[in-house]
Design a protein around this ligand. Structure first.
Ligand code: ZN
Ligand code: ZN
Ligand code: FE
Length: 763
């Protein structure tokens, strides 16, 4: 008889992303493998496990539990305690327990897995062409969950009763769909429906084939996806795209496209290994990739740009539709200009009926709006420029234990951030907070996060800008609830701290915060800022010189105004020569008005923004004088740049009361001179980029000499400029600096809420 080893009972608590990701069946199978008895159970806080058996088996179980977790699961924290054995006779999966005040991490929605994909395209499978196929390794999560623990009754799947086949899968611990909450099939699950522009049912035997035909005929369809509706049209049809642009009132804003598979994607773009990995990842985000000139995707998809926003299908519906189509599709957020993405069927038909010709809808409700995430690969690393689908609500890890704080975020590209324990829960991209619909989206999403993660903030952080909607929201909260502590945070300090946290850095850095607009501590508009900063405080060590923006916000929409203002201020009235091509497009009356504004300072706020300098140069050399979307003038200036070696323009740095100011007169004068001499726009743009990189490096050297700090954090929307990043990072590194750039958190205003929340933790 074999010698019986010691019997022991281990009690385990596993935290992290461990629910709704096939974790319990994994535990069940592992326990069975090692002949252990006991149970596993989801609670609001963790997954609890008790296993009893021979000590060597328990040991093996524990090591495999941590080493071989299912693809979507991750254990962040595990505790094991040992107890006297009890009389377990089997291993079972117990019912979930809800516990007051406890929380756990929630998995984001994940792209269709290879196993499900295979079923969808196997004619004999019972899920052949079924657009809502999913399993514990893929499918909707965050967008359908209303509360934790994650169980079907707490999701928008509760109205669908599983058929016997689905129920059998759901109950079988050895099945891929064991406790897959959104489990469904054509017999029992959600269904598609095609509606016309007025919302009337369109009779058809095959909804996806009919939708595909309509798209091929140049129609615009609103398609319900995971986190909202996307507007789709044929990406190779100039006519369809122009129609969509006209109806959306968006002449230039780049549109994302969806491509059936990698093979097709390679026909349209140059794709690196890292980009392929990202495109085909579980997150399946939009990746900005270099566009091939021979691509059949129309220029009108992304006018004047060299990069195309590409994603692969991430739901079964997309996979089936794209295969049926055999053509790339434009897939852009289903909204009117600045409103949030539409999610409910009735709401969508009301809001989008002027844009979409047809609606491809289904009857699985969406609980959380969820835009597509946008990424780039730069220097081999992933950078998020819009953090939403498949990334949120997974938290960022903090290098300290946090209080319960809400950071309300900035106005553009808003996100909010809640901190608790060692986590920062940054919301998915909310949008531009310029209307009540977006504010409502902000409030609903905030309520959901507070509920899911059991957070009741005691500190509220907000931007200094008095006109930002999130700032008004924070102040309103403060006046309603007197126990709340309100902490105002300067915009660029928040940018730099978000970059520090993104890199897990706590010690003071030289913060280079370059963006379009941020409210300064002195009431002026900042945006070309050189700080020394940590989580507690910052000191403004230097900045671009203050220059007037004639007309304020009007100048942001019409960069030619900024260019004229800068010329007048720096080079005088004579510089407005008729030989400058860009002036020909400006009305003489408006020029006179601008002159008066500059002379009197009326409605001409002072700003030190590098984003505005990019605008001014773009307009001055006649690349872009009026814009349709934020950053357009700067982006188009970046796109035309053509290698000019190391040539650059002169500028000077002066010191006032210990602050270094970058003076721009020589720079502007040299660009005008180049224009007169017929130097190409491509060369001027490249020289300008070189100059900015040098300015940044020289300023950092001056600050390093004063402070001894040699770590530089780069943040702010300007760093979405890939050309600038490619020039400035090596330059700084070769000068001996270590350089922090953004990774998981956007460098644009989408990262502001994180910085605010962290700074408020230390206030
Ligand atoms: Zn799957
Ligand atoms: Zn079924
Ligand atoms: Fe900013």
């Amino acid at each position: 008889m074999a010698k019986v080893g010691t019997i022991e009972l281990a009690r385990i608590s596993a935290r992290g992303v461990v629910q709704g990701v096939g974790f319990r069946p994994f535990v069940y199978q592992l326990a069975t493998k090692y002949n252990l008895k006991g149970w596993v159970c989801n609670t609001s806080e963790d997954v609890k496990i008790e296993v009893q058996g021979e000590s060597k088996d328990v040991k093996h179980f524990l090591s495999e539990l941590q080493d071989n977790v299912p693809p979507l699961a991750s254990i962040e924290h595990i505790t094991v305690t040992y107890h006297p054995p009890v009389d377990y006779t089997s291993f079972e999966i117990r019912h979930s327990i809800a516990e007051e005040g406890k929380y756990q991490l929630v998995s984001p929605d994940i792209a269709t897995c290879p196993a499900c994909l295979k079923e969808i395209f196997s004619p004999k499978d019972r899920r052949y062409h079924y657009p809502f196929t999913n399993c514990t390794n893929c499918g909707p999560r965050f967008t359908i969950i209303e509360d934790i623990p994650y169980d079907r009754p707490k999701t928008t799947m509760r109205s669908f009763i599983m058929c016997p086949d689905c129920q059998a899968e759901y109950d079988n611990p050895l099945d891929r769909r064991f406790h897959a909450q959104p489990n469904a099939c054509p017999k029992c699950g959600p269904r598609l429906e095609l509606l016309d522009a007025r919302g009337n049912h369109v009779e058809t035997s095959d909804v996806i084939a009919a939708a595909s035909q309509l798209l091929k005929n140049g129609k615009i369809l609103a398609i319900k996806g995971l986190g909202g509706f996307l507007l789709a049209c044929d990406a190779t049809s100039e006519k369809a795209i122009q129609l969509l642009r006209q109806r959306k009132r968006r002449p230039f804003k780049p549109l994302a496209i969806m491509i059936a598979d990698m093979e097709e994607a390679r026909r349209h773009c140059y794709i690196s290994e890292a980009e392929e990995k990202l495109l085909t990842s579980q997150q399946s985000p939009i990746v900005l990739i270099r566009w091939k000139p021979e691509s059949t995707v129309c220029q009108a998809v992304a006018p004047n740009l060299k990069y195309l926003g590409v994603m692969l299908p991430y739901t079964p519906l997309h996979h089936i539709l794209l295969r049926e189509m055999g053509l790339p599709l434009v897939m852009t957020s289903g909204n009117i200009s600045e409103e949030p993405i539409a999610k409910d069927n009735d709401e969508t038909i009301r809001r989008l009926s002027g844009i979409a010709d047809y609606f491809l809808v289904h009857n699985r409700d969406i609980y959380a709006r969820y835009d597509d995430s946008v990424t780039v690969i730069e220097r081999g690393e992933v950078q998020l420029t819009r953090r939403a689908r498949s990334y949120a609500p997974y938290p960022i890890h903090l290098p300290f234990t946090a209080k319960q704080v809400l950071g309300c975020g900035a106005e553009e590209k808003n996100t909010f951030c809640l901190t608790k324990d060692s986590y920062a829960f940054i919301s998915q991209h909310i949008g531009d907070m310029e209307n009540l619909e977006t504010l409502e989206h902000f409030q609903n999403t905030l309520a959901l996060y507070k509920k899911l993660f059991r957070i009741e903030p005691e500190i509220i952080a907000y931007d200094l800008h008095p006109e930002y909607l999130p700032t008004k929201y924070a102040l309103e909260l403060g006046s309603q609830f007197s126990h709340l502590k309100l902490v105002p945070v300067q915009h660029h300090h928040a940018h730099i701290v978000s970059c520090m946290v993104d890199n897990n850095v706590e010690n003071p850095v030289i913060g280079v915060a370059l963006d379009g607009t941020g409210y300064g501590s002195d009431g002026h508009i900042w945006g070309g800022e050189f700080l020394v900063a940590d989580y507690k405080a910052f000191q403004r060590m230097g900045h671009l010189e203050y220059l007037p923006l004639p007309g304020g916000s009007v100048a942001i929409k019409r960069p030619y105004r900024t260019a004229i203002g800068y010329l007048l201020k720096l080079l005088g009235e004579d510089s407005l020569s008729t030989k400058l091509a860009f002036l020909k497009q400006v009305d003489a009356v408006e020029i006179e008005l601008i002159k008066r504004q500059i002379q009197t300072g009326l409605n001409s706020p002072l700003n030190s923004s590098l984003g505005r300098l990019f605008d001014a140069v773009s307009a001055l050399i006649d690349v872009r004088g009026e814009i349709d979307y934020e950053g357009q003038a700067a982006v188009e200036l970046e796109m035309i740049a053509y290698d000019a070696g190391d040539d650059s323009y002169p500028y000077s740095i002066t010191e006032h009361d210990g602050t270094n100011i970058i003076q721009l007169k020589e720079l502007l004068s040299a660009i005008v001179k180049d224009l007169y001499q017929g130097v190409s726009k491509a060369t001027i743009s490249a020289r300008f980029h070189n100059t900015v990189a040098q300015m940044i490096c020289e300023m950092c050297q001056l600050i390093a000499r004063k402070t001894g700090i040699n770590r530089v954090a780069l943040s702010g929307g300007v760093f979405q400029n890939r050309l600038l990043l490619r020039k400035v990072v090596p330059l700084l590194e070769s000068t001996g600096f270590s350089v922090l750039t953004h990774k998981q958190v956007p460098c644009n205003d989408g990262g502001i809420s994180l910085g605010q929340a962290v700074i408020a933790n230390f206030s």
